[in-house]
Write a protein of this length. Structure first.
Lengths: 165, 785
């Protein structure tokens, strides 16, 4: 099996994978980073969204071998261990932007990418359109939209580090 | 109200783990030596299995075992069951066909499990599953419930594919009322088949300990104890005391994770056979063809009114598609939670309903958010709306004229409504939605070439499932009480073990709010434990908006006992009579004195037991309650939907949504609003976007998220949500439940709005752009764009 090396949440990792191993499988099974979820098999639901070199990607549709040398950030890498939460994480809690929590890591990672592309002042229409790649069955999106708008603003205010560094 | 007590919008305890990726869902659990399962599934909707050749699969790398229905039968693993007995009009019991966990001789729907491969890795299991050769003899299939009785017979036990022909109400009285009616409204309604699509796919991980002969199952279930009971007592997998079911974090359920499915049975069986843990996680394509679907009714309904718009009677005939097998509670869904709610919020003297349940070559159908009540509400609220239009009466006025205004109110269809104020929720909704300004908005929309419409849904539901005697008399195989155990630790912190199960509802927060308020102790000193049959002694799980009304009441009853016991301890500490001890805000005082003891001192004394003799008082502070409710609860409200339809494309945009609900006492308004939002989204999904479509051969055409249209953020508006409150008299907290209201109310509101906009009632669900455009073309629009 070929070996692959990448940086995940700031840590250098290597592993032997089959050529067909998906990034999400490498993260979940090899690295035991189970915060990244799989909710579908057609790249619709977005529960698997991570950042590859700072850009949101669906890890269920990315081969692990494609990420050779890449910098990956997952939900586990947003806040330092025992450090404060990332403002976007905090906003999801504050605005009840989650219920069962399964889509949440992907939502938060996608939200950060919306901020990267569209800035910190996001209107409802923009957020709703930009969330096309993420499905939530619990919340009806109402509070997710509020959380992303608030999280984006908080990131500007706090000078928070962008998640996708 | 304290900052963390009942009524406070406390932020959720459970969120920290979910927003940091530390949730533990079934697929996240890994056991040493774990193997993976891949199922071989039927590509045919209906076929005989002539031969299964597993040799090639067995020789594939990493394969540990390949098992089929033959081995399952040899090992005497029992069938899955449906736990609610319905009798037909003629008194005969429902026709429950055998449902083995792996098909035996015949497959009855696309996705029916035929064999399972157990291998070292998922990739190896999946590769080998493709090498299992199954020789099928395809048979003609039937998928349309309306034609099921004349279709090819699926099960020997069920001639004409008929499971039961059931009825409720007085047919003769209804006929007489119709004969005397001034106006009759008639509707043909299809309540579209839905796929629940919880975002976490179902999963099962089974482990066998050969030393203790214990089996453990981690499972995506809403009710671990019911799952254990069925798998032990009916499937016969293991004695109940040697089977542990753990429901860890569960990623949404909406009903679909109530049921006991073939896959968990097979994983348990295989784990014992191969002597290693076995894990299966559905991929989404598997979810589509194995998770129980929802709804799928074909209905003809009629409403009789007098000249003033007073409803005299209702007549309903429904054919309910239950799919290829009877799922765990499928028989009940189109009967008791359906026909008993046909009175809606209205004083209707006579109602008669007939329901024929049929088998088809489709995925089994069972409870999905609302379960029977959305179907009933759609019938009632469409009939009332259309009657108002036909009689040229304002739809809100027609509703008001017929509202039940005094309580208790006995409907002609079993239910005794105990409290409500339907006029209040309608009035508040009319104000919030600015219905007065609607005509102006309609004219403005017309100027932009848009057809604007408004639709109401004044719904009712029966929740707080349920008084055990009552449901037992209706055929339910279990009791629907709930349990709670309150464990007070020596340091005064509290663990509450509940038989309810949360999979998004936030019980770890709301149950702790109740305890914090009642005991006057900090919210952070309370933990809620659920979802493990080794921890919680027994419980009925979460569905039917029951956890607040029933589950929290069980906690109240246990807390009552805790207070009694703690007062005894305090009496000994304070050297006072037990009757003189008062408890308030976490402090015990002796009435009329300044003597007091803090909560933590009393709890410590309960355990060190230095102040009382064991003969007088047992040490410790732990109490249990099994609470059986006295009635259902009856949440109700009014949802108003305003749409704009583009007459060129048929695309509907929801421009305003107003929901005013009466849920009785609200424990956490933030969480309740979230439940309302989610329910509305699923209801809008049903009305506008979602529909499971089978072709005539029984192939599911909408078998992935690319084909089945789930609501996305840009499909939905933000929601205006308001509350009215009448307390439920059937539980001490006054809670009615909020989990299903949105899904129950929404579809009728959407379709009433669209039909108002386009001027024709001839539109089904989902009202896609194509469907609306076609309806517009067929009809002469009431209003020109």
């Amino acid at each position: 099996m070929p070996a692959v090396s990448m940086t995940v949440n700031g840590k250098a990792v290597t592993g032997d994978v089959e050529a067909r191993t998906l990034l999400v499988q490498f993260l979940r099974e090899n690295l035991r980073l189970t915060g990244t979820h799989v909710g579908c098999d057609t790249s619709q639901c977005g529960a698997c969204v991570v950042h590859i070199d700072g850009i949101a990607a669906k890890s269920c549709t990315t081969l692990a071998l494609q990420c050779e040398g890449a910098k990956i950030t997952t939900i586990e890498g947003l806040a330092e261990p025992n450090g404060p939460l990332h403002p976007m994480q905090e906003a999801f809690r504050e605005h009840h932007g989650l219920q069962c929590g399964f889509c949440t890591p992907g939502m938060i990672m996608a939200a950060l990418d919306i901020v990267r592309r569209r800035g910190n002042d996001l209107d409802e229409h923009t957020i709703r359109e930009q969330l096309d790649g993420n499905i939530c069955r619990c919340t009806g999106y109402h509070n997710i939209v509020k959380a992303i708008a608030a999280g984006a603003k908080a990131m500007a205010k706090g000078g928070a580090r962008q998640a996708a560094e | 109200m304290s900052a963390t007590g009942i009524g406070a919008a406390v932020r959720r305890k459970e969120d920290l783990r979910f927003i940091t990726g530390k949730g533990q869902y079934t697929d996240d659990v890994v056991r040493p030596g774990e193997t993976r399962a891949a199922f071989v599934r039927s590509p045919h909707a209906h076929a005989k299995i002539k031969r299964i050749d597993v040799d090639a699969a067995k020789s594939m790398p990493g394969v540990i075992a390949v098992l089929t229905g033959t081995e399952l039968a040899n090992d005497k693993i029992g069938n899955l069951i449906c736990g609610w007995m319905i009798h037909s009009k003629d008194g005969t019991p429902m026709k429950m066909a055998p449902h083995p966990a792996l098909a035996s001789g015949k497959v009855n729907h696309e996705g029916d499990a035929v064999a399972v491969v157990i291998a070292e890795t998922l990739a190896q299991a999946s590769d080998a599953a493709e090498k299992v050769k199954v020789d099928y003899e395809p048979l003609p299939a039937i998928t349309d419930p309306a034609k099921a009785k004349s279709g090819p017979q699926i099960h020997d036990v069920a001639p004409k594919n008929t499971i039961y022909e059931w009825s409720l109400g007085d047919a003769k009285a209804v006929d007489a009322a119709f004969a005397a009616a001034k106006h009759v409204t008639k509707l043909d309604i299809v309540n579209n088949r839905l796929v629940p699509n919880a975002i976490e796919p179902r999963a099962a991980l089974a482990e066998y300990d050969a030393g203790t002969e214990h089996l453990t199952l981690w499972n995506t279930t809403q009710n671990p104890h019911v799952s254990r009971l069925v798998i032990a007592a009916f499937v016969g997998m293991a004695p109940e005391h040697k089977l542990r079911v753990i429901a860890p974090d569960v990623g949404g359920g909406f009903g679909s994770k109530i049921f006991i499915y073939p896959e968990e049975v097979v994983c348990l069986w295989a784990a014992r056979k191969v002597g290693r843990p076995v894990k299966w996680t559905a991929d989404r394509s598997e979810s589509f063809v194995t998770d129980a679907h929802g709804r799928d009714h074909v209905t003809h309904a009629e409403l009789a009114l007098d000249a003033s718009g007073k409803i005299l009677a209702m007549w309903v005939k429904t054919i309910a598609n239950l799919g290829a097998y009877m799922s765990t509670f499928s028989s009940s869904v189109p009967t008791y939670p359906y026909a008993t709610l046909l009175s809606g919020q209205y004083d209707i003297p006579q109602i008669y309903c007939e329901v024929d349940a049929v088998y088809t070559n489709t995925v089994p159908v069972d409870a999905y958010r609302g379960a029977g009540r959305p179907e009933a509400t759609f019938v009632v609220e469409r009939l009332v709306e259309v009657a108002a239009r036909q009689m040229d009466i304002d739809p809100a006025d027609l509703r008001k004229r017929n509202f039940i205004k005094s309580f208790p109110h006995q409907t002609p269809v079993i239910m005794a409504y105990d409290a409500g104020d339907y006029g209040a929720s309608l009035k508040k909704a009319l104000d919030l939605a600015d219905v007065k300004g609607f005509s102006k908005r309609r004219r403005e929309a017309a100027r932009h070439g848009k057809l604007r419409g408004i639709g109401f849904s004044t719904y009712i539901e029966a929740c707080g499932l349920a008084p055990s005697q009552a449901v037992g008399s209706l055929g339910c195989g279990v009791g629907l009480w709930e349990s709670a155990e309150v464990r007070v630790n020596p340091t005064g912190s509290v663990e509450v073990l509940t038989g309810s199960h949360a999979h998004g509802q936030g019980h770890e927060t709301t149950f702790a709010q109740l305890v914090s308020e009642r005991l006057g102790i900090p919210f952070d000193n309370i933990s809620i434990v659920h979802g493990d049959t080794d921890k919680v002694q027994f419980g009925m799980g979460t569905y039917g908006s029951r956890s607040g009304a029933v589950g929290m009441t069980a906690v109240v009853k246990a807390l009552d006992k805790i207070e009694v016991k703690a007062k005894k301890v305090a009496a000994h500490m304070l050297e006072a009579a037990e009757g003189d001890i008062e408890f308030k805000d976490g402090k015990f005082t002796v009435a009329g004195t300044d003597k007091s003891a803090a909560w933590g001192d009393v709890t410590l004394n309960a355990y060190v037991a230095h102040k009382f003799a064991g003969q007088e008082l047992e040490p410790g502070l732990k109490e249990t309650s099994f609470y059986d409710p006295t009635n259902f609860t009856f949440p109700a409200g009014c949802h108003i939907c305003e749409v704009e339809v583009d007459s060129d494309t048929g695309k509907t945009e929801i421009v305003n949504w107003t929901a005013v609900d009466d849920f009785g006492t609200v424990v956490n308004p933030m969480i309740v609003e979230g439940q309302v939002h989610g329910g509305i989204a699923q209801g809008i999904g049903q009305a506008l976007l979602e529909g499971a479509i089978y072709d005539k051969d029984g192939q599911l055409l909408t078998g992935s998220l690319m084909d089945y249209c789930m609501p996305h953020a840009h499909d939905l508006p933000s929601f205006k949500v308001g509350l009215t409150e009448t307390k439920s008299p059937s539980n001490p907290l006054g809670i009615k439940g909020c989990g299903e209201a949105g899904a129950i109310a929404a579809p009728a509101a959407v379709i009433n709005a669209i039909t108002d906009a386009i001027g024709t009632e001839e539109i089904g669900m989902p009202a896609t752009a194509q469907a609306v455009w076609s309806a517009l073309k067929r009809a002469q629009p009431r209003q020109a764009a």
